[in-house]
Design a protein around this ligand. Structure first.
Ligand code: E4P
Length: 218
């Protein structure tokens, strides 16, 4: 499973990038707004660090303007992927962008039917939002499993990005189901590597090593 970071914060992106396990980045208008900088300049900075797919979202609601915005965003760098909402206008824009060989990430996906239709329109990626479904007492992970099943039934190559991930169990479940990608906030990426027994084990090894050094120097 590929690992994307779900942020527009350049410092967090750099940290995750230097861990050597980062495959791409997803941003959205909220994440870019948090940074308070010019969004195009911020996306350019991100693309200088990460050479894998970097998702940038259109804000128009009609397909014609979505495509115009997508063409502008695509000029930022060759690895920009256009995030388009799962709406009927989004479908039209996706078909158009796909005919121009522009990669798309269909975002705000909350149902398997949306995922099937966006794949038919030529979506490169689809992003089911797990956490936001969990928030309304609906098992978000069931959506990822349904999409996996449907895509496998028909040999669909659209990649599933498990999105709106809130904790390490979301990440693990997405991998078990076979999502192609998980997009994960930095704080959760760090938690993926934390284990108290690893820390305890390191401490014991270092204490024993220090004891040996001490004994040898006597
Ligand atoms: C995905 O691409 C979105 O940016 C993101 O996962 C949304 O997550 P949230 O529900 O935590 O805002």
């Amino acid at each position: 499973m590929k690992l994307f970071i779900d942020t527009a914060n350049i410092e967090d992106i750099k940290k995750a990038h230097f861990y050597g396990v980062l495959d791409g980045v997803t941003t959205n208008p909220t994440l870019l707004s948090k940074e308070g900088a010019d969004p195009l300049a911020q996306l350019e900075k991100i693309c200088e660090v990460v050479k894998g797919p970097v998702s940038a979202e259109v804000t128009a609601l009609d397909s014609e303007t979505m495509v115009k915005e997508a063409l502008d965003l695509s000029k930022i760098a060759s690895n920009i992927v256009i995030k388009v909402p799962c709406t009927t206008e989004g479908l039209k824009a996706t078909r158009e962008l796909s005919s121009k060989n522009i990669n798309t990430n269909l975002t705000l996906c909350f149902s398997p039917s949306q995922a099937l239709l966006v794949a038919k329109a030529g979506a490169t990626y689809v992003s089911p939002f797990i956490g936001r479904l969990d928030d309304i007492s609906t098992e978000g992970m069931n959506l990822v499993a349904d999409i996996r099943l449907i895509y496998d039934n028909y040999g669909i190559s659209t990649q599933i990005i498990a999105a709106s991930i809130r904790h390490p169990i979301h990440f693990l479940e997405a991998a078990r189901i076979g999502a192609g990608v998980a997009t994960v906030p930095f704080a959760v990426i760090e938690k993926l590597m934390n284990h108290p027994l690893t820390d305890k084990g390191i401490k014991r090894f270092l204490d024993d090593w220090a004891k040996l050094k001490d004994n040898l120097s006597k």
